[in-house]
Design a protein around this ligand. Structure first.
Ligand SMILES: [Zn+2]
Length: 86
């Protein structure tokens, strides 16, 4: 069962990347960030390195949370189905 499309949800999940120069928040999706090592600030154009330990940890945590959530929803749905199936 894959009705939730958790992988897609993760790829499209938006994260905020703060610019170290002007402290603007730059919104990027996880899927976009996955294959890139840096981006430039929407506000001031400064290069923002995406490979920092902090940011990677944040990406991993977000992924894990979404997967757990997806599993819980899938389980709940299947319980409901079982309940209605009588
Ligand atoms: Zn900036």
């Amino acid at each position: 069962m894959d009705i939730l499309g958790i992988d897609e949800l993760i790829e499209q999940r938006e994260m905020e990347v703060e610019c170290h120069s002007c402290h603007a928040s730059n919104t990027r999706t996880l899927g976009w960030m996955r294959n890139r090592h840096e981006t430039s600030c929407d506000s001031c154009g400064e290069v923002i390195v995406l490979g920092t330990a902090d940011l990677r940890a944040q990406v991993r945590n977000t992924e894990r949370l979404l997967r757990v959530l997806g599993q819980q929803l899938t389980e709940q749905l299947s319980h409901h189905r079982a309940g209605w199936g009588g």
